[in-house]
Write a protein that binds this ligand. Structure first.
Ligand SMILES: Nc1nc2c(ncn2[C@@H]2O[C@H](COP(=O)(O)OP(=O)(O)OP(=O)(O)O)[C@@H](O)[C@H]2O)c(=O)[nH]1
Ligand SMILES: [Mg+2]
Length: 360
């Protein structure tokens, strides 16, 4: 999963990046406003994997991972076509965005528009994204028209279907709403996937609260699909991310932080992106895997290896909670009738422990 950290200059993107990845990149009060993309891949913390690993004591424990890209250089004007190829590419390849907005007050840190106003800033970058998408959609509509005029080998039906989707998207954008609000079908989403539409991607809006923790939902009403508002004390969390063990515990307690922001944000991203984890266990490896919600057992098997999907016979399935209720004893799980044999139609659930039977 690729998450792009976006926001206006000096909003605290790099600070959030440091908080999420435990990196220590320089942040500065003088916004570079510069096109610079920082990348780091981190393990997705999952207590269930910790528990399974403690039981199996495997040679190897593998978590799923998420890649964060700190995308600097976005500001007013990108909607007028001022988006460079590199930026466009970084945005298009993101599975979702973490949109950082400045809510902290600090005279030492200049704001590009002078005053701290997180609601205005959310609307500013959102508005630019809608304009970028509108350009893309209008261009595509023109192309579809041209194709029809040219005649020849055009698939009229396909052209019609896509034109219809594009027109609905255009209307949505012109009404000032992100494309996420359209509730496109899976098929329609697939059709437009290649265009890198920005407002179609899920977003977590991170209010960088500074020292003062307040529920950002009291500051903004954000009534859109696949979107969440999140409060984060970025600078404090970035400092905590540098600590380990007891020091870390002490710090978290001092600031009254129950769970570090990194873990909360990852959970929220999974939820927003409709993805979930299943596990494989054994003496060699305990491992977490990511699949879309709704994936079948063979599809899950395919994430492990294409051979497992091709030669899929059945899956032995144990729910994580049932496994833990039996104190991590697979024989006890079986004796209690909690191990199920599932076939090709089975829809995998979050936290399933799978053993794939296959034959190639
Ligand atoms: N007081 C306070 N300052 C913060 C906080 N978070 C970030 N800053 C400061 O704000 C300034 C900008 O932070 P960065 O993380 O560099 O912001 P950015 O969005 O990456 O900036 P550019 O990449 O230059 O656009 C730095 O001086 C940070 O130390 C915070 O929670 N409280
Ligand atoms: Mg930065």
């Amino acid at each position: 999963m690729q998450l792009g950290i976006i926001g206006l200059p000096n909003s605290g993107k790099t600070t959030v990046f440091n908080a999420l990845t435990g990196s220590n990149h320089e942040t500065s009060a003088v916004s570079s406003g510069k096109l610079e993309i920082l990348t780091a891949t981190v393990n997705v913390p999952d207590q269930r994997v910790d528990q399974l690993s403690a039981i199996y004591k495997p040679k190897k424990t593998t978590y799923t991972s998420v890649t964060y890209n700190d995308i600097g250089g976005l500001d007013k004007g990108i909607g007028q076509g001022a988006l460079s190829g590199q930026l466009r590419n970084a945005l298009a390849t993101s599975d979702g965005f973490l949109h950082v907005v400045r809510a902290f007050v600090d005279d030492k840190v200049p704001h590009p528009y002078n005053t701290v106003d997180p609601v205005r800033d959310v609307e500013t970058l959102d508005g630019e994204f809608l304009l970028v998408d509108l350009l893309t959609v209008e261009k595509r509509l023109e192309r579809l028209q041209e194709e029809l005029k040219k005649g020849g080998k055009v698939d009229k039906r396909a052209n019609e279907i896509e034109t219809d989707v594009m027109q609905r998207m255009k209307a949505c954008l012109e009404d000032g709403n992100p494309l996420r609000d359209l509730d496109l079908t899976e098929e329609e989403k697939k059709m437009v996937r290649g265009y890198g539409l920005l407002s179609l991607k899920p977003v977590i809006i991170i209010f960088n609260m500074g020292e003062k923790l307040q529920d950002p939902n009291e500051i903004i009403t954000y009534d859109h699909q696949q979107a969440m508002i999140f409060g984060l004390q970025a600078q404090i969390e970035a400092e905590i991310a540098q600590l380990t063990g007891e020091d870390k515990e002490m710090f978290l307690e001092e600031y009254n932080i129950e769970e570090p922001g990194a873990a909360r944000i990852i959970q929220a991203s999974y939820h927003l992106m409709h993805i979930q984890s299943f596990f494989t266990v054994g003496p060699d490896e305990v491992r977490a895997w990511t699949i879309p919600v709704g994936a079948t057992a063979p599809q899950a098997a395919g994430v492990i290896h294409s051979d497992l999907q091709r030669g899929f016979i059945r899956a032995e399935v144990v729910a994580y909670d049932d496994f833990m209720a039996a104190n991590g004893d697979m024989n006890a799980v079986k004796a209690a009738g909690k191990m199920r044999m599932e076939g090709k139609e089975y829809i995998v659930k979050n936290g399933d422990i799978l053993n794939i039977r296959f034959n190639v």
